[in-house]
Design a protein around this ligand. Structure first.
Ligand code: GDP
Ligand code: MG
Length: 286
């Protein structure tokens, strides 16, 4: 694999979000930066602090139900050592809103202490959610809002009205998240993103992504490869590997020949549907 690439996905969204952040930073007290627990490095926007200046942040790791918690925890520790407050969540089966609300309050303590000292009232915390596509931003917002969503209405922003939603007496959330893409020069990051989150077919060939997934599973999670696809060895050109998976999963075309496109679809949809559990593709070394 080359180790350099210059892919820039969704530049339109990027520009929009950067503008949103730049123009409305003064309205935002706290940022929830959402990353995927299976790729704690690849799904994090490296230069995000260039946009967010010194806003207090929570680093929210989603999809902990799908990750290899032992490997992911090494990254948690790494980010905590950098000064991040990290919150691990499973947004689908087991969501604990209190942990996020409490951590947000903690971040706002200073701001409000200063205000009270000056004779002002405590301020409601206004939160912006940011992250790459498919990190779980919308799901997080829905979970935070819950059933009793009340729109607190439009408040004028610089270029448009911004919609804030009430979470509780102390917390308001911007209703649309900021979508950002990491600018990844690292080929491994590109493959990790393509493997576990969104992919634009024209950017990385699907079959190469699937080969990467098989190779990564073989290296770190051989038991998953064996249990799910009946695969124990992988050959250099992946012909045997595709054949084995195709036969195990019934991806046969005309004349009983394995259909490689179907194999790719099966592997990618297994991941997309959360059927491959206990996997973390970013490795924390040293
Ligand atoms: N298993 C699992 N799936 C999640 C979790 N959070 C989000 N998802 C799924 O990930 C996909 C992308 O989530 P979404 O909120 O649309 O991401 P967004 O693009 O950042 O808004 C959806 O299929 C969600 O159901 C989680 O904690 N666990
Ligand atoms: Mg969304």
């Amino acid at each position: 694999m080359d180790n350099k690439t210059n892919i820039n996905w969704y530049p339109g969204h990027m520009t929009k979000t950067k503008r949103l952040i730049k123009e409305h930073l003064n309205l935002i007290d706290v940022v929830y930066e959402v990353i995927d627990a299976r790729i704690p490095y690849s799904s994090k926007i490296v230069d995000i602090d260039n946009y967010l200046e010194n806003k207090p942040k929570l680093l929210i790791m989603t999809k902990t139900d799908l990750c290899d918690i032992e490997e992911t925890n090494k990254w948690v520790k790494h980010y905590e050592n950098m000064g991040y407050k990290v919150i691990k969540v499973d947004l689908i089966n087991n969501f604990n809103i209190k942990e996020i609300v409490d951590a947000t309050k903690e971040l706002m303590k200073n701001v409000n202490a200063n205000r009270i000292e000056k004779g002002m009232k405590e301020r409601k915390t206004r939160v912006l959610v940011v992250g790459i596509p498919n990190a779980g931003k919308s799901t997080l917002i829905n979970r935070l809002v819950g059933k009793k969503a009340t729109n607190v209405g439009n408040k004028p922003g610089v270029t448009k009205n911004l919609n804030w939603i009430r979470i509780n007496d102390e917390l308001e959330l911007l209703d649309s998240p900021g979508i950002l893409w990491p600018k990844f020069e690292d080929q491994r990051v590109a493959y990790n993103l393509a493997s576990l989150t969104a992919i634009k077919e024209e950017i990385l060939p699907i079959s190469e992504v699937v080969c990467y997934i098989i190779k990564t599973l073989h290296t770190y999670y051989p038991e998953i490869l064996k249990d799910r696809y009946g695969l124990t060895e992988i050959d250099e050109d992946f012909i045997e590997a595709f054949d084995t998976i195709g036969r195990a999963r019934g991806c046969l075309g005309k004349g009983g020949i394995v259909d490689d496109d179907k194999v790719c679809d099966i592997v990618l949809s297994d991941i997309k549907n959360g059927l491959l559990k206990g996997i973390t593709f970013d490795r924390y070394e040293n």
